[in-house]
Design a protein around this ligand. Structure first.
Ligand code: ADP
Ligand code: MG
Length: 239
């Protein structure tokens, strides 16, 4: 049983007064529980468009997209929102923390939409998650009092507090320096390993990509498996 599957997926948009633009073309990808996948592509290659499909934020124009072996097309909009909220965690380059709310309040936020125990225990769960990302002593801090690396840790805690089975990271280290970036990636890896979640990382940084087990390249909307030796050489050359 696979967690997520794309078969011959195409995404086309029709911008106003312009011809149709095919952003993704014939994409095949299978994500199994516990997978570590990296997708590398230059700016404009379709990475964010692909991530939106993987995150059930968008639907293919043609082809098959399944979650838990069920076509996403067959979910109602509300069911898709529920699956996304409970089972998918997003980490973006921008931390998107709510200003004027403490780290603890930011991390507890997604649990307002959870049911039962998770809802009632949200403060406790958020506090545990902040401990796990090494911010146990900054729970009452406002985002603007935290460094970039700390803000990304809060954002990671918030993404992972509901225990998603799929973690989608779009340039997660893009706004961080090299060392902070690599410790943030290690943290995401550790949480994914502890919870058994699958992790898909989209990046243009070969060193970040090399941490994954399966490597893909996206070039003008076409996804191909990348050679990991090639990737290792590219990351050597940069570091
Ligand atoms: N809704 C849209 N309408 C028109 N063009 C779009 C739309 N979404 C994305 N594009 C174009 O498709 C290409 C791929 O976009 P995107 O997935 O954001 O790439 P990446 O994340 O790899 O930089 C870009 O050229 C972008 O301008
Ligand atoms: Mg993008």
């Amino acid at each position: 049983m696979s967690l997520l599957e794309l078969r011959d997926v195409t995404r086309t948009v029709i911008p106003p007064d312009q011809p149709a633009l095919t952003i993704l073309n014939g994409v095949d990808l299978t994500v199994e529980p516990g997978d570590r996948i990296s997708i590398v592509g230059r700016s404009g290659s379709g990475k964010s468009t692909l991530l939106n499909l993987l995150g059930l934020l968008d639907m293919p124009t043609s082809g098959l997209l399944t979650f838990d072996d069920r076509p996403v097309k067959s979910y109602s909009g509300a069911a898709r929102d529920r699956v996304r909220g409970a089972q998918i965690g997003f980490v973006f380059q921008q931390f998107n923390l709510l200003p004027g709310r403490t780290a603890l309040e930011n991390v507890a936020m997604p649990l307002l939409y959870a049911e039962g125990r998770s809802f009632w225990r949200r403060k406790q769960l958020a506090a545990e998650m902040l401990q796990e990302v090494g911010l146990g002593d900054r729970m009452e801090s406002m985002p603007d009092r935290l460094s970039g690396g700390e803000q990304q840790r809060v954002a990671i805690a918030r993404s992972l507090v509901r225990g998603p089975r799929l973690i989608l990271a779009d340039e997660p280290t893009g706004a961080l320096d090299l060392d902070t970036g690599s410790s943030v990636m290690q943290l995401i890896d550790e949480v994914a390993t502890r919870t058994g979640a699958a992790l898909v990382t989209i990046t243009h940084d070969p060193a970040i990509a090399a941490r994954a087990r399966d490597h893909f390249r996206l070039d003008r909307g076409v996804l191909t498996r990348a050679d990991s030796d090639e990737l290792a050489a590219a990351s050597e050359a940069i570091s």
